[in-house]
Write a protein that binds this ligand. Sequence first.
Ligand code: PXL
Length: 293
Amino acid sequence: MYKRLLTIQDVSCVGQCSATVALPVISACGVECAVLPSAILSNHTGGFSGWTFRDLTDEMPKVEAEWRRQGIRFDAFYTGYVCQAQIAPIMSIMESSANPGAIRFVDPVLGDNGKLYAGFGADFPAQMARLCAGADYLMPNLTEAAFLLGRKPVLSGYDKAFVEELVAGLHALGAKNVVLTGVSFDHELLGVAVSDGATIAYDFNLRLARATGRSELPFRGDMFHGTGDLFASAFAGAAVRGLPAIEAAALAADVVCEAIRATDDGHWYGVAFERALPLLVSRLQTASRHAAT
Ligand code: PXL
């Protein structure tokens, strides 16, 4: 069945993040992607020397009213970079424009590498936690998970028990499934933890490494911009296509690795996800062939 997903996040005109990643990636998954921009920026806020910012909060109730009037509805929602004043209008839109059984994906975009993104205040994570409460799939990185729980981010030297405590805390906020990214126990393999509240599964990108014979990512600094958005978009698209969460997470993580590998040296503000779209499409085709047999 052809599904329609609404993504709610900013349009950073330049920067390979948020809506400019979600639209092509979710489309490549064979899922219609509608977009409600939360703001328009000249470029993202991670590393450029400045940016313009136009907040679009005022548009949200108007768009909602028009969709109500026309009966426009969605099978899934995926929220990303939004601001404090938008939490309530977004929750309202997700109520009023949902088809029965609509799935809510929440990427609680707050920060990375132990820090909040520029422009977010210390009180924002508690507001974002309200959006997380209604998530069918909550997709934080380790930094965001810590902020949502009012804890200090810990980025290395932790164990499984620590990760599982974070995951339990996120379920306690109300999230049905938790997909925690950036998990690494040994500094070599990076992966995701996927929990449905009863069991936790891990995926450390081993498959792609074996398939390509390349087990290491090129090291170009400690941070790749937009990879969280790429992961969340691919995960949401694959999950809407019917992949089980652990398979959708493994696929999304492989797409992120492929995009990082395909990124030219010196291309610092984003990853070349366009070059990973063939992998995404072919893996989804294989998955759906298997599902059909
Ligand atoms: O990739 C997350 C993100 C999304 N949108 C904007 C950002 C960032 C991260 O810096 O600045 C505007």
